[in-house]
Design a protein around this ligand. Structure first.
Ligand code: PLP
Length: 421
């Protein structure tokens, strides 16, 4: 009988973790695991880093917590500057939070407040993709497109207008470019039907995370969405909670695609598993308009505290010092090649897609028809259990839309070495 007071997930009891080092974890029975998914694609520098620990201890010795309306603190200013620099100054204002959901929630509220400040109060609706995942708070859930998470809360959330993004694995169009053009045309129609003047912002993950199994949207699509936002006068919010801070091989995934968002949410890898820290990055003129109208009506107690920001700063400095982005490129190529070898051997690994060190593998019963396995076969749980039994942690997701198959993510710490197998 399990006497644990914790309730996180239904199903079998989990092994108790004992300790971790680098890309490996050990449970209380001494079993060793390779962290193939950086926990929840968060532990980007691996476990047990002395440099991060030392930076955190040094900050703890000075001051751990101050409230953002009482004191400015040097680590917050320095981390804010570092983040702005990583966007080459394209986004030059930073609002700190403690999680990805809070970062997305903050982006939604800042965007709405911006239009209220401009007198465009009729803009009250967001557009987002199905499938997608943007967080578990009610606002972020409103833009999320994943029925199992939404269903119980339909009556409580303001759902966004949901549209389909490109699916390069399944589309029946002549080629990828015409597929993207069709998807963009359908999106335009959906927005026109809803009334473009009612839209606050388009929210999307530039490369999908757990919700889509790392579906890559691509340059043509992202540039098309940027152009639609400009035409309709709404904002583009990128959710880089998972893709931000190096995961896909650049500091932010949008930087691969020659677009610039108006607002960007990031979290997970910023604290790299050492302390919760997330950030909303925004264009100055958006923030200025909101500030001139009385300030941003939003905030969280722990936001931007010195310990969180000292941790985030130590993470970014370590990544710069160690050229972690180069490692992401090199290891990413090896991972892609390794997954292709597996796919050739096991045809039920239907699609392998991703970028940098974020890879998704979709499971299909029949590679020709691309039909998913029946849901009751619980393939996502079985493959996760099999991998775990072999000492490998992967991040699974059940799809449940009857069209796409279940999938899992392979997304190890960005510091993984060529010999870490
Ligand atoms: N957005 C994306 C794309 C995510 O992957 C996640 C978490 O998985 C979130 C938002 C929510 O982040 P958090 O779990 O830190 O609240």
């Amino acid at each position: 009988m399990n006497h644990s007071p914790l309730f996180y997930q239904a199903g079998t009891a989990l092994p108790e973790v004992s300790h971790a080092d680098g890309v490996r974890l050990w449970d209380a029975h001494g079993h060793e695991y390779l962290d193939g998914c950086a926990g929840a694609i968060a532990c980007n520098l691996g476990h047990g880093r002395r440099d991060i620990r030392d930076a955190m201890l040094a900050q703890l010795d000075r001051v751990a917590f101050t409230y953002r309306t009482q004191f400015e603190n040097a680590p917050a200013v320095a981390l804010g500057r570092a983040l702005v620099e990583l966007t080459a100054g394209q986004l030059d204002k930073v609002f700190f939070v403690s999680s990805g959901s809070e970062a997305v929630e903050s982006a939604l509220k800042l965007a709405r407040q911006y239009f209220v400040a401009r007198g465009e109060t009729q803009r009250r609706r967001f557009v987002s993709l199905r499938p997608s995942y943007h967080g578990s708070t009610l606002g972020a859930l409103g833009v999320t497109g994943y029925r199992p998470l939404e269903a119980a809360f339909d009556a409580l959330i303001t759902a966004s207008l949901k549209v389909a993004g490109p699916d390069f694995y399944r589309h029946g169009d002549a080629d990828d470019a015409s597929h993207v053009d069709r998807v963009l045309a359908e999106t335009r129609q959906a927005i026109e039907a809803a009334g473009p003047e009612s839209i606050v912002a388009f929210v999307l993950e530039p490369i999908g995370g757990a919700s889509t199994g790392a579906r890559v949207l691509g340059q043509r699509y992202l540039q098309g969405i940027r152009a639609l936002c400009d035409e309709f006068g709404c904002l583009l919010i990128l959710d880089e909670v998972l893709t931000g801070v190096g995961r896909t091989g650049d500091w932010f995934a949008y930087q691969h695609y020659a677009i610039t968002p108006d607002l960007l949410a990031t979290a997970k890898g910023l604290g790299a598993g050492y302390y919760p820290v997330g950030a909303l990055l925004a264009r100055t003129d958006i923030v200025d308009a909101v500030m001139a109208a009385g300030g941003f009506q939003h905030g969280h107690t722990y936001a931007g505290n010195p310990l969180a920001c000292a941790t985030g700063l130590a993470v970014i400095e370590a990544m710069q010092r160690e050229n972690v982005l180069d490692n992401v490129a090199a290891r990413g190529r090896e991972l892609e090649a390794g997954l292709a070898v597996l796919q050739a051997r096991f045809p039920w690994l239907g699609d392998v897609r991703g970028r940098g060190l974020l890879w998704g593998v979709e499971l299909v019963a029949d590679p020709d028809t691309k039909a998913p396995f029946p849901a009751e076969e619980n393939r996502f749980a079985r493959i996760t259990a099999l991998a775990r039994a072999e000492g490998l942690l992967i991040y699974p997701r059940r799809t449940l839309d009857g069209v796409a198959g279940d999938h899992f993510l392979v997304a190890p710490p960005l510091t993984i070495g060529a010999d870490d197998t």
